[in-house]
Write a protein that binds this ligand. Structure first.
Ligand code: AMP
Length: 216
């Protein structure tokens, strides 16, 4: 099963990708997580992308195409994968298509998660992430048992620099511009389904699974 989750920042891509990955037993590939890890570990890739990520801009296509081209050729992706945060441009979508052709595989579904701007801003500006295991919390909707501490591994929670309200607004605007062409590309391929993600994670998951069932 090969699927892409699209949606503005805060639409629930990461949460749904994690749930789907557990349910379908295929890897969740988040380009944002890959880049943040590279930055935290001081990798060369991290140094290249830091300024784009911290300002909420887009990392150049050639860098992202290389990162994903390597990742989806790894063994654990043979049975499929869930892409979260990629592609973000037509050039990225086309390169993904070329990689899939080369490996004799194809996409099953592209889901666009939809939520109002107000909900997106509320979700992102309250989001806190564990520095150690990347688990995600929310100061109101999903607070940790102890403030500032991860329930799962005891790591320290922090607010992503790009989750500050003013940068969040910029990322949402940027998403609208970048998504338009991608959505029409995948609509043309008859792969696109819209799912409202304003309800809870489980309801949204149910709807994605229904769409997936209809496609395979
Ligand atoms: P995300 O966690 O998906 O919101 O990604 C965080 C940041 O990583 C984005 O704001 C971009 O700076 C960068 N990024 C992640 N994926 C991509 C991509 N496919 N193309 C360009 N930049 C990306």
């Amino acid at each position: 099963m090969r699927l892409i989750l699209m949606g503005a920042p805060g639409s629930g891509k990461g949460t749904e990708a994690k749930l789907l990955s557990e349910r379908l037993n295929i890897p969740h590939i988040s380009t944002g997580d890959i880049l943040r890890r590279a930055m935290a570990e001081g990798q060369e890739l991290g140094k290249t992308v830091r300024r784009y990520v911290e300002e909420g801009g887009l990392v150049p296509d050639e860098v992202m195409i290389e990162v994903i081209g390597v990742r989806i050729r790894e063994d654990d992706c043979r049975r499929g994968f869930i892409l979260d945060g990629f592609p973000r441009s037509l050039a990225q979508a086309e390169s993904l298509q070329r990689t899939l052709n080369e490996t004799n595989s194809a996409l099953n579904l592209v889901v666009n998660l939809e939520a109002s701007s107000q909900i997106l801003i509320e979700r992102l500006s309250g989001r806190r992430v564990c520095r150690r295991c990347q688990a995600v919390f929310h100061i109101k909707n999903l607070p940790p048992k102890k403030e500032g501490v991860c329930d799962h591994c005891g790591g320290k929670l922090y607010q992503r620099r790009d989750d500050k309200e003013e940068i969040v607004r910029r990322r949402i605007e940027l998403y609208k511009v970048e998504a338009e062409k991608l959505l029409s590309y995948y609509r043309g391929e008859r792969l696109l389904e819209a799912v409202n993600s304003e309800k809870g994670p489980q309801e949204t998951l149910g709807e994605i699974l229904v769409n997936l069932g209809a496609k395979v």
